[in-house]
Ligand binder design. Structure first.
Ligand code: GLN
Length: 294
């Protein structure tokens, strides 16, 4: 976009619609998704998608336009838009994110949905542990959607716990307890059991990780994605600790890779022979979750 007119006077910043047009054609030209332009603009203007369409004719301020150009350039160099704005939306709420945590995915909203529907049928005031909480998206959402539940968020990464805690405070879920440690170790070490265990562990195989888009591979934490040679490393760890940490009559919900259902079912059944293990599908009809009823 031109910055100076013919008299050498600085041109006024563009209208929102013009800036969007400029950024989306740039993204398209270099093979990125056009809709990133809107994502960045929405965050720049701090507006919900509906009201944002009412502002398309307005001009950006000078600072806003500079910021938008900088953001567009960063995304053009491959940085995910959520790390640029520092925000990702999950279950209708705005979560802070940084490169220490995975950007929450839509599938994981369905995991939360499954916990809320299935567990609410059986429990009134459960304790819930979210293992490998990352940004805290699962733990904080569960605490807000189910105020009678007592939620703990566990992560081995201190940096992740810091941002999860920030999200809890920011979104009004300050009752969530944060525990540092590997998988279920913080509960096991305290001899604690919990009624519900939820986890979205790293489940991509190392080989798949190597072929993920550079947007993901070079920016999101490998620690949150790479589940080892067969992608099952963390399910084995979870399975080993379930007998000691999942309450009698407890429920566990794990997100899984679409081809991992049968193998994970077997792992869980070996550790908890008396439990019922089911595979649930995501909205695209792919195997995406296992549910364990003890
Ligand atoms: N669904 C994520 C992805 O495709 C993987 C999440 C995970 O490993 N837990 O990037």
């Amino acid at each position: 976009m031109q910055n100076n007119n013919e008299q050498g006077m600085p041109a006024p910043p563009p209208r929102v619609s013009e800036a969007l047009q400029w950024a989306s054609s740039f993204f398209q030209k270099i093979g990125l998704e056009k809709k990133a332009a809107e994502y960045l603009m929405q965050d720049l203007l701090q507006l919900e998608s509906v009201s944002y369409h009412l502002h398309l004719r307005e001009r950006l301020g000078n600072e806003q336009w500079k910021q938008y150009q900088k953001w567009t350039e960063r995304h053009g160099e491959g940085e995910p838009v959520q790390y640029i704005t520092g925000a990702a939306y999950f279950y209708g709420r705005r979560f802070s994110v940084n490169p220490f945590v995975l950007i929450p995915r839509h599938e994981t909203e369905e995991l939360v949905e499954a916990v809320l529907t299935k567990a609410k049928q059986r429990m009134d005031r459960p304790t819930i542990a979210d293992v490998g909480t990352g940004s805290g998206a699962i733990a904080v959402t569960l605490a807000l959607e189910w105020p009678e539940a007592t939620v703990s968020a566990l992560d081995v990464s201190r940096e992740a716990l810091a941002i999860a805690r920030e999200n809890g405070d920011e979104l009004g879920a300050s009752s969530v307890e944060f525990l540092e440690g590997n998988m279920l170790a913080p509960l096991r070490q305290q001899g604690r059991t919990t009624d519900v265990i939820v986890a979205n562990p790293p489940y991509v195989t190392t080989r798949e990780w190597r072929s993920l888009s550079s947007l993901v591979r070079e920016h999101e934490p490998r620690q949150a994605l790479d589940g080892g040679a067969d992608g099952l490393y963390f399910y084995r760890k979870l399975a080993e600790d379930l007998p000691d940490t999942l309450a009698e009559d407890g429920l566990a919900f794990f997100e899984i890779g679409e081809l991992q259902g049968p193998a994970i079912m077997l792992l869980m059944e070996q550790q908890l022979p008396e439990a019922d293990v089911d595979i649930l599908q995501d909205i695209n009809g792919k195997d995406r979750f296992v549910m364990i009823e003890r």
